[in-house]
Design a protein around this ligand. Structure first.
Ligand code: PLP
Length: 459
């Protein structure tokens, strides 16, 4: 037995070594990657990821916010297999694909955009990039050339390509790219209760220069789950309409049921001119994203064949039919499994458990929740460093996979998590916070004892 488990441990270590030798991981310092105990996933079942050793981890971050209905969902697996027997990929540049059309028709029925048209891409950042370029060209196509700027929010995150990075508020070590970012008008972040009124005033003042306003409706995810009440957002939509500035809603994180409705814009009473969607669009199976444009925006691009009103932008894997097939089956499951009802039930349970087990911990500053998006902000004692990382390591060692944003512990349970799994996530987080608090206190005490012993020796 002992020998077996030794072999297995060696197996995991060997995979980490092979990984580090050839795979460059995003947002990761590769020089220390191996020493941070990465998990090498081999397969999954339901809401659990299984590593090369056979260890199981409850996926409490939905594989970085993409997984909606779990891993290896039979209907999604079947949709993918069936599409493989038709065609893996065919280009959408100048031609069409039957499965992609079927998916776009189904998606058109659920997005909060009027008479929507979909420009597909593979990642959220590309969907944002497309939205920015469409908003820009929307005006120039009509002979209006001074509307070249954007209004964005403090704390915003819209992706890592240069355009999406420019409308984003920076941070996460991306300051290095500041010289490459184009300037934008910046409203305060969601932690400022006046951010929406200030944004509305900026829109009124700068309407003539603005191509569009870009916002993450309801929740700024990467900012550490910063939230504003839904009722505040309607004013932003009204200001955009009044001053004829396009509204882009980035629902890459909030879309597909995460906040308790299919899209957060619905809760906010917003009908964006452009919307970026991604992450949950295929249930977390395949890289697919889309820029959604309303009829007015779309019409502004119609003109002569090969004319200058055309949108000269497109990606090789745009509308990939394998991804579209899974995305279509995923939309159907949202209805047949009544996913939104489940999300709201689990969200209510989660709120209660967080209140009961986490809110009262001295190391917790605040808890922010909208649907199944949660940020637990830690209050590390003075001098304590990397608490987010330490609590994460404790949780992972207890078999619950999380990933923090600085000292904000993020919980993004899979939308179909069971009541037992939600309980396990909260109790594990509570235990992990307590464990880190205690070990930190012990260290402080030990160093106090040591320093008083040093003193005694001195005397
Ligand atoms: C994740 C995210 C993006 C970027 O999506 P990628 O698929 O990682 O490029 C953009 N906007 C928001 C709000 C996101 O959460």
């Amino acid at each position: 037995m002992l020998n077996d488990s030794e072999d297995i441990t060696n197996l995991a270590a060997a995979w980490v070594e092979r990984d580090a030798a050839v795979v460059w991981h995003g947002f990761t310092q590769m020089a220390t990657y191996e020493s941070n105990s990465p998990i090498i996933v081999e397969r999954a079942e339901g809401r659990e990821l299984i590593d090369v050793d056979g260890h199981r981890y409850l996926d409490a971050i939905s594989s970085l916010w993409v997984t909606t209905l779990g891993h290896r969902v039979p209907e999604l697996d079947a949709a993918l297999r069936a599409q493989i027997d038709l065609v893996g990929h065919s280009t959408l540049l100048g031609n069409g694909n039957r499965t992609t059309i079927e998916f776009a028709e189904a998606l058109a029925k659920v997005v909060p955009v009027k008479q929507p048209h979909f420009l597909f891409a593979s990642d959220g950042a590309a969907a944002v990039e497309q939205a920015l370029k469409i908003a820009f060209q929307f005006w120039t196509n009509q002979g209006i050339t001074q509307r070249q700027s954007y209004l964005a929010f403090g704390g915003a995150y819209h992706g890592d390509t240069l355009g999406s990075l420019s409308v984003g508020a920076g941070g996460f070590g991306t300051e290095i790219f500041d010289p490459l970012r184009f300037g934008v008008l910046r409203a305060p972040g969601f932690e400022d209760p006046n951010c929406i009124p200030v944004a509305c005033a900026l829109i009124a003042e700068h309407a003539n220069e603005l191509a569009a306003v870009i916002i993450e409706p309801l929740v700024q995810g990467a900012a550490g789950m910063q939230m504003r009440p839904a009722a505040e957002f309607a004013a932003l939509g009204e200001a955009c309409a009044e001053h004829d500035v396009l509204l882009i809603c980035d629902e890459v994180a909030t879309g597909f049921g995460r906040t308790g409705k299919m899209f957060a814009s619905e809760q906010c009473g917003l009908h964006p001119d452009l919307m970026a969607i991604g992450k949950g669009i295929t249930g977390g199976y395949l890289p697919l994203a889309a820029t959604v444009a309303n009829e007015r925006v779309y019409q502004a691009f119609l003109g002569e064949d090969l004319g200058e009103r055309t949108l000269y932008h497109g990606h090789s894997y745009s509308g990939n039919p394998l991804a579209a097939a899974v995305a279509l089956a995923h939309l159907e499951l949202f209805t047949s499994l009544d996913v939104l009802t489940k999300v709201n039930e689990r969200a209510a349970q989660l709120e209660q458990l967080l209140d009961q087990h986490i809110a009262g911990l001295p190391a917790v500053r605040s808890i922010r929740q909208q649907g199944l998006m949660v940020g637990v902000e830690l209050a590390p004692p003075e001098g304590a460093v990397r608490w987010g990382r330490k609590v994460t390591a404790e949780s992972v060692s207890r078999g619950v996979l999380i990933r923090p944003l600085g000292d904000v512990m993020v919980l993004m349970p899979i939308l179909t998590s069971t009541a037992e799994e939600i309980t396990r996530i909260v109790l594990t987080l509570a235990e992990s916070i307590v464990a880190v608090t205690q070990s930190e206190q012990q260290q402080v005490e030990t160093s106090r004892v040591e320093s008083s012993q040093d003193h005694a020796a001195d005397e």
